[in-house]
Structure formats: C-alpha cells, structure tokens
Design a protein around this ligand. Structure first.
Ligand code: UT7
Length: 325
C-alpha cells in the first residue's frame, strides 16, 4: 500500500518566549541556550488549550487539501501532553471538527508523527480508511519543571497536521525502532489518590531527562537508520532533496550532517524559532516548507523523529502535492 500527503496545517500559541524572558526567572542566558541548542525563542500556551491548537492546525490542513471533514475516515493524534488523560486528544479534535470517524491517539513521544503516519498507512493497507487526518499536538509547557534550567529552556508548545490519502508513491522506505529505556527521558504518570496505593517513591509528573545520553542516542541512531536506508532502498543520501529531522538540538543536526555527509542547507531548521515541540516538529516543518514553496512534487523527503522510548522512526517519502498557484 502507499500514501500521499495532500494537505498540511499548523498552529502555534500567541506568546513567544525569548531566552532573555527565561533568564528573568532562571539561572540561564541567551548565550548558553543559543550556543548549546540553537534555540532563540519558543511559543508557550497562555489562554490557548491544546484542543484549540490541534483543531486550528487540523482546519488549516483540511483547507490546504481542499477536503471536507466528512471525507475523513480516521483521525490519529500523536501526543504525550494532551488536554485529557481520557479521552484521546483525537476525540477532542473530532468533536471540534464535527467528525464521526474513529479517532485515537498514538504515544511515541518525539517520533510520534512518524509512528502515526505508519499507523494510518496500516489502516489504508487493510482497506479500513481512504483518508486520514494525522495530527501532532503538544503542550510541553505542562510537563516541564520550570525550575530545572537543563530541560525547561528546550521545549515549546504547538500543533501541526497532515491530511493523508491512500495511494501514491510513499513510503519508499520506512523503519520504526524502539530501544527500550524509560529512565533517560521520563514523565512519571499521575500518582492518583487511591486509598489502596502507596505514595512511597512517588514522583511528580514532570519531565526528567539525561540530556547527554539522549544526544548520543539521537546522533548514533540517526546514522544507523540512514545507513540502513541507503543499503536497503538503494537510494543515496545525496539523492534526497530534503531532510526533516526532529528538532531537539541544532548540534544534533550539525553532528548528523557531518557524520552522514548531508548538505545542511537540505535540512529543515525550525528549532531556532519554536524550540522542541516534540512530535509536532516534523509536521510543522513540512507545513512551513510546503507553504513557502520549497517542497516540489516528485522530490524525496526524509523524515526522522527520535526521543523518549527510546523511539526512532524514519520514513522516506516522495512529495506529491503540487504547489498551489
Ligand atoms: O526531543 C527529545 C529528545 N531530547 C534531546 O534530544 C535532547 C538531547 N540533549 C541535548 O540537547 C543536550 O544534552 C542539552 C541541551 C540538554 C544539554 O547540553 P550539554 O552540552 O549536554 O550540557 P550539560 O547537560 O552537560 O550541562 C553543561 C553545563 C552544566 O554545568 P556544569 O555542571 O558544567 O557546571 C549544567 O548545569 O551547563 C549547565 N546548564 C546550563 N547553564 C545555563 C544546563 N542547562 C543550563 C542552562 N543555562 N539552561
């Protein structure tokens, strides 16, 4: 089976937070954050809910595809930071859009968009859907320890969506991997108030990360995946037109470009403006590139998400959406 991305959309909160804004209440600086990560700003929700952002991104994607919500057979949302522990964020999106198709979430952290795309492809393969709305929506600001300068400066909020149709020329190559390791990037679940539970060892639901370990996992795993892609698909990295990696750290992108011999100008770079918005980074970059006119029908686009899990998902697609006049 195969799929084609026929529309994209995105939505960011109004409030843009600079590194200097953060240094007003944290022992940090624009100099440290910029040189260690490449991040200059990120968007953080104030009065917007994640439901708002996810619905707005979805509406933009549907409009871009020229498709009405009644023509969508499936909604998948990738998130780890939804407005509701239950129901799925996808159900809230369906309600906002007035959809009546099946809707559920996929939780694969920063690799979520790639895992969700692969799940939609599985529904196409089984003939259970012809069109899917794949949304990645993250309100990372609710998971952060705002007193921990080593993590809270890295993340932002946002949502992005893609309308995906069965048929076409993608994926050309796809690979999903989990290298199980919970402790390196963990947000402990809610403790609850069960009278039968133990509160010993209870940890707050705040993001804990071993940054260096994740950094090395990211660089070495991306290199492994790109070598596998070249070996198994017969397509050289030099033949790929665009590389849309998860945006966790500009230095990860630099290291990958160097190790794998990728021209950095072929790589998406949105981290400077948005910080790390987990699974929303990749579809947001695709939406930006599509609207700027830098993606052309027939071009090869590599997307690769990595993060907690430790999950890594890599897919090579052929962009098939014509530019709007
Ligand atoms: O999307 C999920 C996947 N996440 C990632 O891929 C993140 C990958 N990891 C990274 O991007 C980097 O490891 C970080 C940006 C998180 C950290 O960069 P680093 O170069 O590995 O720094 P470090 O953690 O080794 O810290 C170096 C120093 C420490 O001070 P000492 O112990 O050397 O005195 C930290 O306390 O920098 C200090 N530091 C800060 N200083 C100013 C840590 N955070 C800050 C900060 N401002 N915000």
């Amino acid at each position: 089976m195969a799929f084609t991305i026929v529309g994209t959309g995105s939505a960011l909160p109004k409030r843009k937070v600079t590194n200097d804004d953060l240094s007003e209440f944290l022992d940090t600086s624009d100099e440290w954050i910029s040189t260690r990560t490449g991040i200059k700003t990120r968007y953080v929700c104030t009065d917007e809910s994640l439901d708002d952002l996810a619905a707005e991104a979805s509406e933009h994607a549907l409009a871009d595809a020229g498709i009405e919500v009644k023509d969508i057979d499936l909604i998948i949302c990738s998130t780890t930071s939804g407005d509701h522990l239950m129901p799925a964020e996808a159900c809230a999106i369906a309600e906002r859009l007035g959809a009546s198709c099946p809707a559920f979430d996929v939780s694969a952290a920063c690799a979520g968009f790639v895992f969700a795309l692969d799940t939609a492809d599985g529904w196409f393969c089984r003939g259970r859907a012809r069109r899917a709305l794949v949304v990645s929506a993250e309100k990372m600001s609710r998971l952060l320890d705002w007193e921990d300068r080593s993590t809270c400066v890295l993340f932002g909020d946002g949502a992005a969506a893609a309308v995906v149709e069965a048929g076409g020329k993608s994926p050309i190559w796809s690979h999903l991997v989990t290298k199980p390791d919970v402790a390196s990037l963990d947000v402990p679940g809610l403790q609850g108030t069960s009278p039968f539970g133990s509160t010993e060892d209870a940890q707050p639901s705040k993001l804990l990360m071993k940054g260096r370990k994740i950094f090395h996992f990211a660089v070495s795993s991306i290199e492994e995946e790109l070598k596998a892609l070249e070996g198994e698909s017969g397509i050289a990295l030099s033949d790929i037109d665009h590389f849309v990696f998860h945006q966790a750290n500009e230095r990860i992108l630099d290291a990958v470009a160097k190790r794998c011999g990728i021209d950095p100008s072929k790589m998406a770079h949105t981290i400077q403006e948005t910080g790390n918005i987990s699974s929303a980074c990749i579809p947001l970059a695709l939406d930006r590139m599509s609207r700027e006119g830098s993606l052309h029908a027939g071009e090869l686009v590599l997307i690769c998400g990595f993060g907690a899990g430790l999950d890594i998902g890599t897919t090579l697609i052929r962009w098939n959406k014509e530019q709007d006049a």
